[in-house]
Design a protein around this ligand. Structure first.
Ligand SMILES: NC(=O)C1=CN([C@@H]2O[C@H](COP(=O)(O)OP(=O)(O)OC[C@H]3O[C@@H](n4cnc5c(N)ncnc54)[C@H](O)[C@@H]3O)[C@@H](O)[C@H]2O)[C@@H](O)CC1
Ligand SMILES: [K+]
Length: 509
């Protein structure tokens, strides 16, 4: 799904109004009615107090439409107009008049702190103060109102986006932003919904298709995509009946050191479980028995050093090489990575200490084969590209790095971002149970495996990240977050691939 900017959305808005020959008020009616339907479906007429806070722009207009439908369906509604300015939008005014026709309970005007209502724990608050039109931070008494709502413990539903969030920049740590429990957003998710600094404001997210012109949207050039099940399925390459193990990649995993052999074991298990035909490992000698016992399907070569990697098997012919998990950053192991980069022209996957070695030896970056995949967590990313001021600046820095070195970065987080030059792919699978040791080793194994099976490196990264999250979701469903182990993610890869094609799970994400 395309993640559109505020400009693109308002363009689509205008084109829809023109092509469908409707007014902007009718479009507002359509969008806000969808929000009402969602609320009605969930509340089923429950007599809980609903407090709707409307701004004076079109987000506020949505709030008024929602209020009208709720009142007409017998809900207990109180409407507040957060009157921070007198410049009410036309569609706000039209709906203000319509509301007056159906109720004697006129909206309460809030113009200062003294007008604030009481908000209680059991209230259902609808935040329709600001949407994509916010262009400066919320200040003064409106900021105080936002804090009052946040502190109330009431359930908060945000319309389009939580008030206080911008679509193209982060609001800053001290800014007044609604902390929603649920966000119902129109037509397209916004980039800020997925950034580490701002994702917590969103709560659960649902995107409503408000029927903006499909043709116009399909022609819009977007550089940012949300990857859900549908997008993931489209990347899958089916296996041919007439095939043999050589068709599914000869993978080489290089890593491990004394005390960290488990990492390569996880990577190799994940690679084989993702469908790799032939999996070989190159590890320090101390890991020999561990790997042979733990993963009899894998083949093994050992370094002459007992405890760490010192060299790279230059003559070994692999389709794809993965380097870094559990390696450490000893000078001798730096040499191993250097040899690997000198010997390889095909894309490689670099993770963990492999990334730290790159950060400590920036001259290696130019040696990375084109379209190699780097999989940093936030700490490793900082060492690689330097510190950033906010998440938007981070994205710009990563794009620049990706372009400069011709590599793909998998920036790991609650929503993992795969960045290929100017393109951003935001992953929508996964859960907090996956924040566990070895989860990243498994991800590297999955991506490496897919590259070996013939996926383009960027597709391997995007699809691999999705499958990794999906396997984590399936595992968490079975055993909960707390006891989820990285090895479980690897072992459940088969279920994840199967789930891609199951009807009911197609609908769930
Ligand atoms: N396709 C769409 O884009 C649709 C948009 N609709 C709604 O329209 C919203 C956008 O409406 P608007 O553009 O009127 O903007 P908003 O309602 O988000 O903001 C209201 C106005 O407040 C002013 N403002 C901005 N920052 C302020 C601040 N810090 N303090 C005081 N005033 C400030 C701005 O001039 C802005 O026009 C969307 O978020 C959505 O809820 C819907 O009605 C349906 C269709
Ligand atoms: K809002």
């Amino acid at each position: 799904m395309k993640v559109l900017s505020a400009e693109q959305l308002s363009g689509a808005d205008k084109e829809t109004i023109r092509k469908q020959n409707i007014t902007s008020e009718e479009l507002m009616e359509r969008a806000a009615t969808l929000v009402f339907n969602e609320i009605n479906q969930r509340l089923q007429g429950a007599p809980i107090p609903i407090k709707i806070f409307c701004g004076i722009g079109n987000n506020g207009g949505d709030g008024l439409v929602i209020a009208r439908h709720l009142i007409q369906h017998g809900y207990h509604v109180t409407v507040y107009v957060v009157n921070y300015s007198d410049k009410r939008s036309e569609d706000f005014l039209a709906n203000y008049e319509k509301l007056k026709v159906i109720t004697n309970d006129w909206p309460h005007l809030i113009k200062e702190e003294d007008h604030f209502p009481e908000i209680n724990t059991g209230d259902f608050v609808i935040d329709a103060m600001f949407g994509i039109g916010l262009n400066r931070p919320i200040e003064g008494w409106v900021a105080k109102l936002v804090k009052l709502i946040n502190n109330s413990q009431a359930f908060i539903l945000a319309v389009d986006m939580p008030s206080g969030l911008f679509s193209d920049k982060t609001p800053g740590k001290k800014a007044a932003v609604i902390e929603a429990n649920y966000t119902l957003s129109f037509q397209s998710p916004k980039l800020v919904f997925f950034l580490p600094e701002t994702m917590d404001y969103i709560g659960d997210l649902q995107v409503l298709d408000i029927g903006l012109d499909r043709e116009y949207i399909s022609k819009l050039i977007s550089e940012t995509f949300l990857i859900g099940k549908q997008e993931a399925v489209s990347l899958y390459i089916p296996r041919k009946k007439n095939s043999h193990k050589g068709d599914y990649g000869k993978v080489l995993i290089v890593g491990g050191s004394y005390g960290k052999i488990g990492s390569v074991l996880l990577t190799a298990t994940a690679a084989l479980k993702t469908g790799t035909g032939l999996c070989s490992l190159y590890i320090p000698e101390c890991g020999y028995d561990i790997i042979q016992t733990g993963l009899p399907e894998a083949m093994l070569m050992t370094d002459t050093d007992k405890k760490m990697l010192t060299t790279y098997p230059k003559d070994f012919d692999a389709d794809v090489v993965c380097f870094g998990m559990g390696v450490g950053t000893d000078e001798k192991s730096v040499q191993a990575l250097k040899e690997l980069l000198q010997a390889n022209n095909d894309p490689v996957v670099i993770d963990a200490d492999g990334l730290n070695i790159l950060s400590n030896n920036k001259e290696f970056l130019k040696m990375l084969p084109k379209n190699s995949v780097l999989t940093p967590h936030p700490g490793e990313l900082k060492r690689l590209i330097g510190a950033w001021e906010d998440d938007f600046q981070k994205l710009e820095k990563v794009k620049k790095f990706s372009k400069k070195y011709n590599v793909i970065l998998v920036v790991k987080g609650a929503h993992t971002f795969t960045i290929d030059r100017e393109y951003i792919y935001i992953n929508d699978s996964g859960n907090p149970g996956m924040a566990t040791a070895g989860s990243g080793d498994v991800l590297s194994g999955i991506i490496t495996s897919l590259i070996g099976q013939g996926y383009e490196p960027v597709n391997a990264a995007v699809f691999g990240v999705y499958l990794h999250g999906l396997s984590g979701d399936i595992t968490a469903e079975e055993i909960g977050y707390e006891s989820l182990l990285a090895g479980d993610i690897a072992r459940n890869m088969g279920k994840a691939v199967k789930a891609l094609f199951e009807r009911e799970s197609m609908e769930s994400k």
